[in-house]
Design a protein around this ligand. Sequence first.
Ligand SMILES: C[S@@+](CC[C@H](N)C(=O)[O-])C[C@H]1O[C@@H](n2cnc3c(N)ncnc32)[C@H](O)[C@@H]1O
Length: 424
Amino acid sequence: MTSRAEKLLRSMSEDVSALQDYLHSHNLPELSIEEDVPFQFQTNPNFSTRRDSAIKACRELIALLSGSLGTLVNQTPHAIANTQAVCKFNIASNLTEDSDVTTYNELARRCRLPETEIRRIVRALIPSHVFREYSDGRVAHTAASKLLAVDPIMREWIDLSVTEMIPAVLKFPDAMEMWPGSEEPNRTGYSLAHDTQDMAFAHMAKFPGRSERFMAAMKLFSRAPENSPRYLVENYPWAAIGRGGVIVDIGGSSGEYSIPILQTFTNLQVIIQDLPEVIGKFDDRELPDNIKDRVSFTVHDFFTKQPVQGADVYLLRWILHDWSDTYAINILRALIPALHLKSKILINEHILPLPGEAPVPQEMALRTFDTSMRAFTNGKEREVSDWEDLIARADNRLKIEKIETPEGSALGIIVVGWEPSKEV
Ligand SMILES: C[S@@+](CC[C@H](N)C(=O)[O-])C[C@H]1O[C@@H](n2cnc3c(N)ncnc32)[C@H](O)[C@@H]1O
């Protein structure tokens, strides 16, 4: 049987052939993104009908290939605002009440909203393959709308995007204009959008539930396979560190990424450092018997001198991208008094690909992250040359020994060694 994806591909291929024939027979240039190709044929119905049909098939194919999660996280601002309304008024979860299909009228009753509102919100999302409508007028789930119904973390992520992230992103050009070249974490799109002098995390902490929502939404990333801790476990020579080896997980939060290392490598122990309010949440948590004596939680501000001398590994996972170069350099410099010859700084962060270097979905996701980091804290994702520059500027005795993104992993691994014999 021909699959839906194959049918779409076939219809797209027919449409594109018809488009090419049309262009050819009218002596028009081929479809192209080159700057000198005019786009003057869109109003001719012989062209536009085929083009619209190809775009429709192409969009559905993208939805099929992206899956429900990809469909929801890659929405336009207008679609995501409608999706937030779906979450706020429990439209998706009310659709699942007994079956996954019902009338707009019944859905309106369950959601306690006027039917016209429900229909308007749902129909705004149907072109993005979030909900569908049958020919008899009943509304039904797609995989994406069902995900909204069943997954609270997905709903938190939508809410966080619409209320914290997108307003900040839309304001970053204004922030650039207002504070040219600023590296301060409180002179950002976020500051303007939320009218605050505090940096984003401090601002959120002042309102009940906002930091918690941020943490909950971030779980969407931690459970993605490409962010799995296994890449850190598998791509560093942990076994080569002698018995009693020490990892310091700086800004380590719950230790989600360092504790799995201990599960495989019994020669190691980990010291997790973070701010007091974070450490307070985790330091008495239950850990499996085989590791609990090898894990400790301590309060440490990573802008101040590192107190653990001569650890084997100082792990910075998803820390430096929160900060502009000035601040990231300060975080690295705070480690220097603690480094011994054997010590390594292990940076586990995105390494931005150059244009065309990575598959487009990955490139788009990482550039989106970069824009979000800029809008939130004046942080940034970094290309290889940015990492080289950052580390050289922090101290010329720091030497990058390895910089690569393991296959399948979203995050790269940058191993930085210490060569004190170099001139400062
Ligand atoms: C993006 S999270 C990364 C957490 C963890 N490393 C991971 O990969 O999941 C950043 C962490 O840095 C911590 N942090 C922020 N400012 C800090 C500071 N000045 N000193 C220590 N930790 C800090 C936050 O509390 C948070 O746990």
